[in-house]
Write a protein that binds this ligand. Structure first.
Ligand code: GLU
Length: 503
């Protein structure tokens, strides 16, 4: 019988979830669901110095917003609980000791000062096969000395011990066979002085304990893979090891290196899924708060490093579950393009059958003055303007004048060509509309054109002034649609106010 597919996303709670992190979740999730498997979230919080308050909660809120719900996690429970490594602390030491007993790890007693001295003596000092024999550890001390120190509870760590000049290889589902030379691998700490495991030991022990069958993670973890493979081999036998896939990096827009939060700040686009405020109280705006619909965010992320091999670019989550394949994940990094991301969002903004969905999604993002109008009115406006929008800023710019009289009017764009004839036209128009204001845009347009014709003025010369009178500038949807929605009183008031200010 084949094993049930079990994948995991294993974030360290050190900050907001970067779009690369959400893409890792997504590929894990798609693979699990495609294979009828389980998606597990395990919180890797063994590095207490990097722990950030609120980060775990943020991760779960993000997954909820994205619609990528875990089957097992500290929040959702599960038969392999606990899912926070700090709560599994006691389970790791025995494996570290087993490795020591088998000769694949050792106790190291060097103090922080001793290590510092070494770093000063030797340029680029690394604790490794080339230096371990000159350090204070169970390889250089006698059995009795080591025992004595352990009995005295002397501070120590456990380090991994690989022989140099050997080869470690494994098959990556994206990269094929990957080889490493053990000479390059340093003696990483497995168990820290405080008794906590490091990530390297904990990730292996927990993937085993939680019966993980496939481990997909970012390419930045590839250099750690030889240690993980080594530990798997020595502790649990390679045949039980999950299948690995190291996902391509998400690159800066110019392709020069990994996309970072700073690139977002510098170039003015989000990199976090949702708003994130760091310890220095600096807010980074998220995709959610920029008005991305979760479907668009997911769709865009899916295509950053994968394609279906067809022209299709717009996918629902269910379609992605059906179509996703690791074979089509690219080996090379994927350049992030914010304009393309907005293109996806625009496509999704246009998707919902009715705009109620948009109102629901944008509940917390629309300005409070929109609330002076009933939901039906807001929905009608969203329906009219969404064609012009790819984020919340576009949406606000293109609809604020439906809710309030424009604060600034680009009078300078009308004034140069303003004359008595035009003034007379707008006076006739307002008195006409005062008596008979049609209820649909097409009829309003007809009324408008009829007066223009009667007064022998080109309609083309009147449209821009009308638009500016109603919205304040040269933007927005169809001008007669606007008039219909804001209604007779408001339309006439806006025209009269601007006419009065022109000379
Ligand atoms: N805790 C690691 C991280 O923060 C997990 C890497 C892995 O999936 O093995 O990304």
């Amino acid at each position: 019988m084949t094993k049930k597919v079990r994948v995991r996303f294993a974030p360290s709670p050190t900050g907001g979830l970067h779009l690369g992190g959400v893409r890792t979740v997504l590929y894990n999730y798609l693979f699990a669901k495609q294979n009828g498997g389980d998606f597990i979230v395990r919180i890797e919080d063994t590095d207490q110095t990097r722990f950030v308050e609120g980060a775990e909660e943020y991760i779960f809120k993000t997954l909820e917003w994205c619609g990528l719900q875990p089957d097992e996690s500290p929040k959702h429970g599960g038969q392999f609980a606990p899912y926070r490594q700090s709560e599994r602390k006691e389970s790791y030491r025995k494996y570290a000791e087993e490795l020591v007993a088998k000769g694949f790890a050792y106790y190291a007693f060097d103090t922080a000062e001793e290590l510092d001295t070494k770093r000063k003596e030797i340029a680029n000092f690394q604790y490794s096969h080339s230096t371990r024999n000159a350090m204070k550890n169970s390889l250089t001390l006698s059995v009795e000395e080591t025992k004595k120190l352990l009995d005295e509870n002397a501070q120590h760590v456990v380090r991994v011990k690989l022989q140099p000049n050997e080869e470690i290889k494994f098959t990556d589902l994206i990269r094929g066979e990957v080889h490493f030379d053990t000479t390059q691998v340093d003696d990483k700490v497995l168990l820290k002085a405080d008794g906590m495991p490091t990530y390297h030991l904990a990730v292996v022990v927990d993937d085993y304990a939680m019966q993980i069958t496939h481990a997909f993670r970012g390419e930045e973890w590839l250099p750690s893979a030889p240690v993980h493979i080594f530990l798997w081999d020595k502790l649990f036998g390679l045949e039980n090891m999950p299948q690995w896939a190291h996902l391509p990096l998400i690159l800066k827009p110019d392709g020069n290196g990994k996309l970072s939060k700073r690139d977002g700040d510098r170039l003015g686009f989000p990199v976090f899924a949702m708003d994130w405020t760091n310890a220095a109280n600096e807010l980074s705006r998220g995709f959610k708060e920029r008005g991305f619909l979760p479907e668009a965010f997911i769709n865009m992320l899916a295509m950053l490093g994968w394609n279906a091999g067809t022209e299709q670019e717009i996918f629902t989550l269910n379609e992605l579950i059906e179509k996703f394949s690791l074979e089509r994940v690219h080996k090379g990094g994927a350049k992030f393009d914010y304009e393309k991301a907005k293109w996806f969002n625009h496509k999704w903004i246009m998707q919902p059958e009715n705009c109620e969905v948009l109102l629901e999604q944008y509940q917390d993002l629309i300005p409070s003055y929109f609330r002076s109008k009933p939901d039906d009115y807001i929905i009608e406006v969203l329906g009219l303007v969404r064609e012009r929008c790819s984020d919340i800023d576009d949406l606000i710019t293109n609809s604020s004048f439906f809710f309030q009289t424009p604060e600034t009017i680009d009078v300078a764009a009308i004034q140069p060509k303003w004359d008595e004839k035009k003034k007379a036209f707008f006076e006739t128009l307002t008195s006409d509309w005062q008596n008979n204001f049609a209820s649909d845009a097409a009829s309003l347009e007809q009324q408008f054109k009829a007066i223009a014709e009667a007064q022998q003025i080109k309609v083309g010369e009147l449209m821009l002034p009308l638009r500016i009178m109603l919205v304040g500038g040269k933007f927005g949807p169809g001008v007669f649609d606007i008039a219909t929605i804001i209604g007779k009183e408001e339309t006439i008031k806006r025209i009269e106010n601007v006419v009065a200010s022109l000379r």
